[in-house]
Design a protein around this ligand. Structure first.
Ligand SMILES: Nc1nc2c(ncn2[C@@H]2O[C@H](COP(=O)(O)OP(=O)(O)OP(=O)(O)O)[C@@H](O)[C@H]2O)c(=O)[nH]1
Ligand SMILES: [Mg+2]
Length: 472
């Protein structure tokens, strides 16, 4: 009888101790979100492998307090499962391949069964479960958040006055749709076919901007429409040729069924029914957030690419700051207590350059005073590689020892050794690209270890930051 009561008590306590955590993984397209989620799951699911020495900086791994980790059914049945298995299969191919770029939303839920370490409850030798929910989505959709605070006119004017380094490239790419747009009289009755045609040309323009590595692809769904492909919701475009005076006139005499009124309606529909709903569903209820940024690829590419990334990141920080007056806060009041800025793909540099990379990331975040808005939230900065593609090696050249990286180059499947150069610890100016060479190739991911674990760099630091206090 006493046993029974004890079990009952334990049960009640355990249930009340169960916790859940929704983690938002935020980052521009190609910043490494899918690789990050795949690695995070892989590290946790294999945490109890014998001789696991992969996560020395994660306390729960060190003291072996995690009993088991399982992937369990997610709460929202409408959303596809995060395709962990297929990502792992790609990584296990010979030669290994990176998981594909994400085309829609997916979700995963992990249950971490662990032995409590601290607090009054430890006397009950209780075990608890921490549930973590993570979802993945295409980075392109993130930059749509600003649309929520912009009217059709404001958005069009903004598109017409993008930063100067965009202007030239946009103009080169954008003539076809714009020429067609200029020919239509916006006060006349809208022809669906013509709208569909111009929207297609506009979408082609966005695709070429994307192919050039530009980040300001708005609206994001145009290049990754999912189930909305071909729908009128995605058949509008910014009226960048109109002056303010023309906007005033058109708005005053808005004729129902005219091009102007149909386009305005579609923009509003996109804003309210697509962008807002996406943020409501996925970003309003998370508890902790990581913001991933690939600072190295643009550094490798050109000053142009670096400026573009900086611009897009600033937009992201504007959207995701938590000041009371921020758009995100006003609309959804998310309540997060921890935030980590993560420079990804750090296996592209030698480990002595990691402090510089972190410092560069910090500068990107803090420029413009964005960090003030994170006050009250525990914030940290780090540099990681979710899935390592290179090894760190030392080279002896004429008696001198140099650090270098070694990996299988994707383009020709050759094992190469190189010194990529030093990472600037401050935001670089044009001189950096003139004088200093910073170089790396794209590498194939390293094969999985025999223990089934993905090789990584400092994922344990991230796990410690995100989960440690919930597993105490
Ligand atoms: N060397 C190295 N490359 C990485 C790492 N993580 C990601 N990459 C590279 O970056 C590419 C993009 O990574 P993803 O994880 O697909 O990026 P994403 O943010 O999910 O991109 P979208 O789904 O397009 O938004 C990969 O295909 C790899 O080439 C890493 O840890 N090391
Ligand atoms: Mg992805």
């Amino acid at each position: 009888m006493l046993d029974y009561i004890q079990n009952e008590i334990d049960d009640i306590i355990n249930r009340t101790l169960d916790r859940s955590l929704r983690i938002a993984v935020t980052g521009l397209s190609r910043s490494g979100k899918t690789a990050f989620i795949t690695s995070l799951m892989n590290q946790l699911l294999n945490i109890n492998q014998l001789e696991n020495k992969h996560l020395p900086l994660f306390q729960a791994s060190r003291n072996k307090s995690i009993i088991a980790v399982k992937r369990i059914g997610q709460k929202d049945l409408k959303i596809p499962r995060f395709d962990y298995e297929s990502n792992l299969n790609s990584l296990m191919k010979t030669p290994p391949e990176w998981p594909s770029s994400t085309t829609g939303v997916s979700e995963t839920r992990l249950a971490i069964r662990y032995q409590r370490q601290q607090g009054v409850m430890r006397h009950f030798k209780d075990k608890s479960t921490l549930y973590i929910d993570i979802f993945d989505y295409p980075g392109e959709w993130l930059l749509d958040l600003p649309l929520l605070s912009l009217s059709y006119q404001q958005w069009s004017l903004q598109q017409a006055s993008l930063p100067i380094h965009y202007q030239a490239r946009y103009q080169a790419l954008s003539t076809v749709w714009l020429e067609k747009l200029k020919k239509i009289d916006l006060t006349t009755a809208a022809d669906e076919d013509i709208l569909a045609q111009i929207a297609k040309d506009y979408t082609d323009f966005l695709f070429s901007a994307k192919a050039e590595g530009l980040h300001f692809i708005q609206p994001g769904r145009f290049v990754l429409p999912g189930e909305l492909a071909g729908s009128p919701a995605l058949q509008f475009f910014p009226l960048i040729h109109l002056k303010e005076e023309e906007w005033r006139k058109l708005s005053a005499t808005k004729k129902s069924g005219s091009y102007f009124s149909v386009l305005t309606q579609r923009y509003e529909f996109y804003r309210q029914k697509i962008v807002k709903v996406f943020y409501q569903d996925y970003f309003s209820t998370f508890d902790r957030q990581v913001i991933l940024a690939d600072c190295l690829s643009p550094l490798n590419h050109s000053q142009q690419a670096f400026l573009d990334m900086k611009e897009a990141l600033q937009q992201l920080f504007n959207n995701f700051h938590y000041g009371k007056r921020s758009l995100l806060h006003r609309l959804f009041s998310p309540n997060i207590d921890k935030l980590m800025f993560i420079a990804t793909k750090a296996d592209h540099i030698t480990t002595d350059q990691l402090p510089n990379l972190m410092s560069l990331m910090k500068q990107l975040v803090q420029e413009g005073g964005h960090y003030v808005a994170y006050e009250g939230i525990e914030t940290d900065y780090t540099a990681i590689s979710a899935i390592r593609a290179t090894k760190q090696v030392s080279i002896n050249k004429d008696g001198q020892v140099f650090k270098a990286i070694q990996g299988m180059r994707s383009s020709d499947h050759k094992n190469i050794t190189l010194y990529p150069g030093s990472v600037p610890n401050r935001l670089p100016n044009a001189e950096f690209w003139d004088k200093q060479k910073f170089e790396f190739d794209t590498f194939e991911p390293q094969p999985l270890g025999e223990d089934g674990m993905l090789p990584h760099l400092r994922m344990d630091l991230v796990l410690q930051f995100l989960l440690a206090d919930k597993l105490d």
